[in-house]
Write a protein of this length. Structure first.
Length: 485
């Protein structure tokens, strides 16, 4: 089948992000014998015209869209990308001389598959990972069989196209409930993403880093979090030598030496983080890298090994430094562990960026203030703060919001809805803004845009390759964040 794969993501904050998920499914579709082209809309001046031109030129049998972000999950400076995605789908649909199958996937689709299928008006969508389901869907379409019944596939009942059914049609799926893993979930670990189909070097230039995944899944169940829904709640690990091979290839082919591991929590399980670090140390690749980490199980020996392997910064999901708030968010570590990890990062020479979430059920003015003070006392390089929690269906917090009437129907959560405990609602934004302004290294992406796009471009053009929060260790950048805002 002739395919056009489209990456729809044009968000450039904090950096343009290489479409890793699409590169994975491109490789899976190519291995299944399909003839494919890709269109990355990130750098197109006029994305809608580019899409229309490519579809007319290529005349594909199917157009498959990867939708990464539904919104920016930041309040109150919220950006909602769905209307732009809808326009892209309509553009292809309106080329009346062609009738390609329209397929959607990616995290934005997987968070709310039924709602997204209707909202987008695509023919089929795949929830969760696409390495096995996507080729299976294409095979079914080629042979005229119904793809409904393939794990993860969503489509309109009766085989008609969604666009032909008034109101989007009634939807059927083989797995509307239950874990999102399709098939046995191991195929992805044998696939190396088809990066060469995209402009990897440009992402290296404008975004600083390449991205790599060493495992899928998160075993925790924090109340607001979607990651277990997207990746599953059991770990599926890659062979560390395979990860090192992939990184070595990027270093040699694309001349990129800065990396971000996109795993939900890099240091879980600790033995895997240790194994990846060992493999990287053995290769002597002269790379630097960062990752998301949890204070749970992040010990000094592990941090030292990670540093020896090139880790120079961690984004630690501390969320809060108040005991009751941590419990209410369902976190699996304590305030003391946060303090210990901050000290251990300092000893290991790893820059630390805490990420915090304020406003969950039970938050009070006192817990807000004590978290700010405690986190500040750990002398982090940076702190990223979200005020208000984005509610998603099928998360414990989303379910609670539905049960208690905070929202009356899951469809209300397609456009971004944020929960802020009414007790802190009147003071939260102003308190955080005042505190952040006095520190300089506290970033509030939903309240104060931390950096102008032009400054970002200049820094990248000048060759700065780390996540930009690293710069907040310098007085000159600390002063810039809140100046004139
Ligand atoms: C790592 C990460 C980051 C890192 C990225 C670093 C880097 N250099 O890559 C950083 C911290 C920079 C980041 C930033 C942001 N992120 Co982020 N990020 C993630 C995370 C944890 C992993 C993404 C990833 O790479 N996964 C690995 C790839 C292989 O998987 P994948 O993309 O999902 O692709 C698979 C499937 O989705 C599917 N698939 C993908 N495309 C297609 C297409 C078709 C046709 C099919 C069939 C299937 C399919 O198959 C793929 C392979 O299995 C996810 C959460 C998660 N656990 O998924 C959030 C996530 C994607 N981010 C999210 C958000 C909101 C953001 C930000 C907007 C936050 C902000 N306000 O700054 C920015 C946007 C950045 C940008 N420019 O786009 C949200 C998006 C949901 C939403 N509300 O819209 C997520 C889902 C987290 C969440 N809150 O639930 N992010
Ligand atoms: S917040 Fe982090 S640790 Fe908690 S469930 Fe999500 S990814 Fe896992």
């Amino acid at each position: 089948m002739k395919l056009l794969l489209v990456s729809a993501n044009r968000e450039s904050f904090p950096d343009p992000i290489f479409p890793l998920g699409l590169a994975y499914i491109a490789q899976a579709a190519r291995s299944a014998g399909h003839d494919l082209r890709v269109l990355d809309l990130a750098f197109q001046k006029d994305p809608e015209s580019s899409l229309s031109e490519r579809v007319r030129k290529e005349r594909p049998d199917a157009v498959a869209f990867s939708f990464r972000n539904l919104d920016n999950a930041a309040y109150p400076l919220t950006r909602f990308y769905l209307p732009k995605y809808q326009r892209l789908v309509r553009i292809v649909r309106n080329i009346s001389s062609l009738r390609p199958w329209l397929i959607a996937g990616g995290p934005a689709f997987s968070l709310m598959p039924e709602l997204m299928l209707c909202a987008l008006g695509v023919d089929y969508g795949i929830e969760g990972e696409g390495e096995e389901a996507f080729p299976a869907l294409l095979a079914a379409l080629e042979s005229g069989r119904s793809p409904l019944g393939i794990p993860g596939v969503f489509g309109p009942e009766g085989g008609r196209r969604t666009s032909e059914i008034p109101g989007g049609g009634s939807l059927r799926s083989s797995k509307a409930d239950g874990p999102p893993l399709a098939f046995d979930g191991s195929a992805w670990s044998r696939i190396i993403p088809a990066r060469e189909l995209f402009d990897v070097r440009r992402y290296g230039r404008v975004g600083g880093m390449a991205n790599v995944q060493t495992k899928r899944g998160c075993v925790f169940r924090c109340r607001y979090c979607t990651y277990p829904l997207l990746e599953g709640s059991a770990h599926r690990l890659r062979d560390p030598e395979g990860v090192a091979d992939e990184i070595q290839e990027i270093v040699e082919r694309d001349k990129i030496r800065s990396f971000f591991f996109v795993d939900s929590v890099f240091n879980m399980p600790a033995s895997h983080a240790d194994g990846i670090s060992e493999a990287l140390i053995r290769r002597r690749l002269r790379i630097r890298w960062g990752a998301y980490a949890s204070p749970a199980g992040l010990t000094l020996p592990l941090l030292r090994k990670m540093a020896a392997a090139g880790c120079d910064g961690l984004e630690v999901g501390s969320d809060s430094a108040d005991r009751t708030t941590l419990q209410a968010l369902g976190k699996s570590f304590s305030k003391d562990q946060i303090l210990e990890v901050a000290e251990d990062c300092r000893k290991a020479g790893i820059a630390l960026c805490h990420s915090l979430i304020f406003g969950g059920p039970g938050e009070t003015p006192e817990t807000v203030k004590s978290t700010c003070q405690t986190i500040d006392s750990t002398h982090p390089t940076a702190v990223v703060v979200m005020a208000g929690i984005r509610l998603y269906p099928r998360t414990p917090l989303g379910d609670w919001a539905l049960e208690t009437g905070v929202v009356s129907d899951a469809s209300e959560l397609l456009p971004p809805r944020f929960y802020i405990d009414p007790v802190v609602a009147p003071m939260l934004l102003s308190t955080l803004k005042t505190f952040a302004a006095s520190r300089g290294n506290w970033i509030l992406p939903g309240i104060v845009p931390p950096i102008e796009p032009l400054t970002r471009q200049i820094l990248r053009f000048a060759g700065y390759k780390k996540p930009l929060w690293h710069l907040l260790r310098y007085r000159v950048f600390k002063d810039r964040v809140y100046r004139d805002r």
